[in-house]
Structure formats: C-alpha cells, structure tokens
Design a binder for this molecule. Structure first.
Ligand code: ADP
Length: 363
C-alpha cells in the first residue's frame, strides 16, 4: 500500500483542515495509507510520534474548523540539509514516499528542494550505515504535491488560495461593524488589513465595502497622495456621505518605497481633511475562525486532486501545485508558480510598479 503524508506549514489559514480531511479520506478511498505529520516540517524532522497514521474517522469534523488541527510551525532545521536528512530518515522509517504540503510559497519551496535532494539524501543515509540499500530501495523517488494555504491570496497562477475568502469575509464583517460608529459620528476610520507583498485583501475589501481610498503595495500612490486622498474624501463628503473608510494593506508603500502607516494617514485626515479619525488594526482576527463555504469547497476539491496527483505523477513530472483557474481545479508546476510570485515582490523592490500590476493582472 502506498503511504502518503500530509502536513500544514507556514502561517495557518482557514480551510487547511478541509484539505487534510479530503487528503486523508481520498488516500483511504484509493487504498493508500494516510499519515498526518504534526507541527509542519518540525514533525518531519522530529519523526516518531509526530507522524501518525490517520483513519477515516480521525478527520471527522475537520471541515468546519478554522486554523490547522495538525499544527503548523516555522522550522529552522528543515532550512538546512542535516534537518532534511533527518526528515528523509524519519519518512523511510514510516514507509512514506509522498508528501502533500499545505502552506505558503516558503513551505512549497522547501518541499521542492527536499524532493530534488532526495536521492542524494538516501545515498548519504546508506553511506553512513544509518539505513541499508534494501531499506531505501522501494523509496527511490519522493513525490511532492503542494496546496496553497494563505489568507493573502499571494501565490501566482491560481485565482484563489485556501483561506483568502474566509479572511475577506471576516474583514468585511469588521468593516461593517466599524461603519456603524463611523456613520453615527461622521468619523473616518483607517483599517489596516494583512498583506505584506500582496494587496488582494485590501483591494477586494475596498470593492466589497465601498471604501473611499485604499493603499496596496503593488500600486503605490504618487507623491501627491495626501492631497489626492483628501480631494476624493472631501468630494464624497460633499455628496452627503457621513463616513470615511480607508483600507491600508500592512505592506503599503509610497513610490519611494517608504512605508505608509495607518497613523500617517490618520494625521493627514485629521489635520488636512479635518475629520475625527480613528485607526483599527484587525490583526489576527482576520485569520481566525470558521472557514467560509468557498474555502471548504476549495480545500476539499484541491485535496481530492492532490491525492490523484500523487498517484499520477511520474518521477519526471515537475512537482505540481493544485490551483483553481476560472473555476477549474488545475495543476501547475510548483516552482514556476513560486518563481512568478517572487517576481512580483522583486518588481516592487525595483520600483517597477507597472510590471507588478501586470503580473497581478495576469493572475
Ligand atoms: P510560508 O509557507 O507561509 O511561506 P515560511 O516561508 O515561513 O511560510 O516557510 C515555512 C517553513 O517552510 C519554514 O519554517 C521552513 O521550515 C520551510 N521552508 C521555507 N523556505 C524553505 C527553503 N528555502 N528551504 C527549506 N525549507 C524551507
């Protein structure tokens, strides 16, 4: 029987549990054995009890739970080859040669590096007499499949990442709550949302709540942003609007790559637009809680395809990441998606904002 391991890694995202549930049950459906690796790559490096066989009923109730019930971590050891050597040894001890990783681009990169090194790691384990040639013989190739769990919707080549619509929903609810006071008191509120390199949450919140102004990292405003923002807001007020909502991504920058902070925006609105202004930083509220229906659906469909991909991919196939494009679940080469994602961050760093926006548009 084929043995498939699943782990969640990097920042938690609502819907990760739905993916684990689908993977475990689909593996069992295809007469494979499923193993949960607890606490991300930490569990892989520690081995033993951190890698546990999963039965159908072990994932009961997972679909509606937020975060990740098998734990996640940031693991320094796995960044270095000795940690990955230990991980390979632990996997062989459990008979696992296929891994499904649910995480962000960092976690997926780590997985692909692990796969590339795998034959060398096995040779090293045999050379150092930790394992015999017979031990490693059935495990010549490591199969890696990625799923993207991230509230930021920050991976290229997929329309949505697992968790982003729950987060957007949570943010919209929070903005609606803030709206009550804003309208009652005719106040301005600046709401900071997550997204260090990716403005998707801020942009979509702006659209979904009818915000007055947004700041996103990919499209920094020109040096005149203070006047521009005040002009727009004053115009809205002149039309009878009683509230002002400004959404700011945590990675918002100006064109000189200086951070635009919520307090800077507050000062401008208070002094230059004369508005009673408050700042609300949503923080981890936007990452927590029950996954929305879309994330349950997405994580389930992608989990199903991840197991199929494990069974279908040959040693020659590049590691796939399971995406959704125009409402179809599709596979894309994992490292191409990661490389394209990094290109956006590089374009921002190089102040080539047109390119950053073009890449985002192409997604
Ligand atoms: P995310 O997956 O959300 O992008 P991180 O970048 O923090 O989050 O990565 C999560 C974990 O994945 C790291 O703690 C590390 O264990 C592993 N990882 C990330 N990048 C690499 C890499 N280049 N090589 C090996 N492991 C990595």
């Amino acid at each position: 029987k084929r043995r498939i391991g699943v782990l969640t890694s990097g920042g938690d995202a609502p819907g990760m549990n739905g993916a684990v549930r689908a993977i475990v049950r689909m593996a069992i459906h295809y007469e494979c054995e499923a193993f949960a690796i607890y606490e991300g790559y930490d569990g892989l490096v520690k081995g033993g009890d951190m890698i546990r066989p999963m039965a159908w009923e072990d994932v009961r109730g997972f679909l509606s739970e937020g975060g990740t019930l098998i734990g996640t971590a940031r693991c320094k050891e796995f960044m270095e080859r000795p940690g990955r050597l230990q991980a390979a040894k632990n996997m062989i001890a459990k008979g696992i040669d296929a891994l499904i990783i649910v995480g962000g681009d960092g976690s997926l990169t780590g997985a692909d590096i692990f796969r590339a090194e795998w034959p060398g790691l096995l040779e090293e384990l045999v050379a150092s007499n930790e394992l015999s040639e017979q031990d490693v013989q059935p495990f010549k190739h490591l199969n890696i499949v990625g799923l993207v769990g991230s509230i930021d919707n920050d991976l290229s080549m997929t329309d949505a990442t697992i968790g982003c619509y729950t987060s957007l929903t949570r943010i919209c609810e929070a903005v609606d709550s803030v709206d009550t006071t804003a309208t009652s008191h005719q106040r301005a509120f600046i709401i900071e949302v997550m997204g260090r390199h990716c403005g998707w949450l801020a942009l979509m919140t702006g659209v979904a709540t009818g915000a007055d102004f947004i700041f996103i990292p990919e499209n920094p405003p020109p040096a005149t942003w203070k006047e521009d923002m005040c002009d727009v807001i004053k115009k809205h007020r002149a039309m009878g609007k009683r509230k002002t909502i400004v959404i700011i991504a945590e990675g918002a920058l100006d064109q000189e790559l200086n951070k635009i902070s919520p307090n800077m925006v507050k000062d401008v609105l208070s002094t230059e637009a004369g508005l009673d202004t408050r700042v609300t930083t949503l923080g981890h509220v936007q990452r927590g809680g029950t996954p929305c229906s879309y994330d349950r659906m997405l994580s389930t469909l992608q989990g199903v395809d991840a197991v199929r991909a494990v069974l279908e991919c040959t040693p020659e196939t590049p590691s796939p990441v399971i995406c959704i494009v125009e409402n179809k679940i599709v596979r894309r080469p994992l490292m191409e998606a990661v490389a394209q994602t990094k290109e956006v961050a590089t374009a921002i760093k190089d102040r080539d904002f047109e390119k950053a926006m073009r890449l985002r548009d192409a997604e």
